[in-house]
Design a protein around this ligand. Sequence first.
Ligand code: NDP
Length: 507
Amino acid sequence: TDFLEEIVHLDLPIHSETSSVVIAKSNMSDRGTILVVMGASGDLARKSIYPALWSLYMHDLLPANTFIVGFARSKISIADILDKAFSPTEQEHAKFPGFSGINFYEYGSYSDAEESLLLSLRFDSIEEHFRQKHLSGHNRIFYVALPPSVYQSVTTLIKQVWMAPGEGKTTLVLEKPFGTNLGSCDELSDHLSDLFQSEQIRLVDHYLWLEMTGTIMTVRSVNSLFSQIWDKNFISSVLISFKEDFGTQGRGGYFDKSGIIRDVMQNHLLQLLCVVAMEIPCGCSQESAIIEKSKLLEAISPIDPDEVVLGQYIGNSDREDGYLDDPTVPDDSLTPTFATIVFHINNDRWKGVPFIMTAGKALNETKDEIRIQFKSSLMEDIGLDLKRNELVFQIKPVENVAMNVIINEPGLSPRLIEDRLSLDLRKHFSNHRFPDAYENLFAHLLGDGQSIGSFVGAEELRISWEIFSPLLEKIESEQWKPIPYKFGSSGPVKAGQLIQAKGFKGF
Ligand code: NDP
């Protein structure tokens, strides 16, 4: 494993926790920041936003003069929100009052300024505090953790009532989904661009802020071992997979409106495809990453319906319910819970290399990974049935970088075998902290702008919908019937056959 260990040992500032420290601590500006969590009563706030902010605070990574104001319609308190989001350990207790002291919660409406007066008053009182501290002003970040149905009204209200005063910067952060097809994406983009300048809008796909996403960029770009063979001459196919070993768990109502393609493929998995296939952005700016992603997406050919397999899970003998048994799902739903789609990138680097995306619920395991298979080895060419050289980035549930290589089996008459060089990042860096995606994201939003991750650009988003919308329209207008697959299986057999037909070995 030495050489893989070396890869990860490179002390690159862009991916280490110390870089976040530098980011946040360097932000000793004369300006304050108010972070507003819109939808603070919700699931994302509880599961991801508040735990990430607490963790940054715990590690002294929140810049000074930062205040966090939760906002939603529910008449709850900030104590309720923090209580549900995390429990400080015994060692952490001492810091909790400090964190609690910079957090507030106000209730109001997402569309009516008068009903939301409490939030305006809270801004006034924090502003007064900044004034007393002789700060030159403050920035406001509105993190919209709300259902998309509220995006238009809440963003209008922000623009009309709550923009940062004076020279202060206002940033609007939105979470996917950004529309459900090309038309609704355009509608949202037009609405936002009528209200805000492009540099004020930040569209978040949290997969772009995972530690492993940053690692993939590093491994492929700074190691000549890989950077020189990162193209059609050496790579035979790429498989990007997302697997969950659980179903909708009684909450299929939401999922049924989107299906697996809209839920994870058009956003998360497409972003991973970009990270593997785009040209390395020059410089570290957000804009250069977005430009490279857009160029790559432009080069993707229209999806061939013959290279698509859809599935929907059914119950199994262990009495696990099928998708249609979920009482919140319509009995006749054709929504796919599984899909495999092949993409072709029509540019010099990738022409002829299939990029296969496969995603599903209720499968045999929970795992997100990217498998990059290299062209056949000499051994294969002379007829030995060995697996391909393969570079594997496992993203969830553990972060692992692995490589399949062909070696000698020890013995007097050695046999050629393939084996795996594997680096489990959490075990290897057992005394390091692994910031989660939201910590990385907030360190960037609240810091001075350097980062490991990137955002989704408006043009990039539009192109992504140009890729997926025609397929989704076809599936929906022709009422494609997904292939049933058993809960706990590896998905429809036909999907495996398609993957093999594209030259990917060992699926
Ligand atoms: P929730 O469904 O938990 O909604 C968040 C808050 O929005 C609720 O607490 C509620 O607050 C308010 N709300 C809910 N429904 C409505 C409605 N119909 N009209 C007005 N307000 C409503 O959403 P999540 O927190 O799960 O997600 C927020 C956003 O982030 C969504 O766009 C989601 O797609 C996205 N996202 C979520 C992820 C997750 O893991 N949860 C992952 C990735 C993206 P109140 O009633 O108090 O006003």
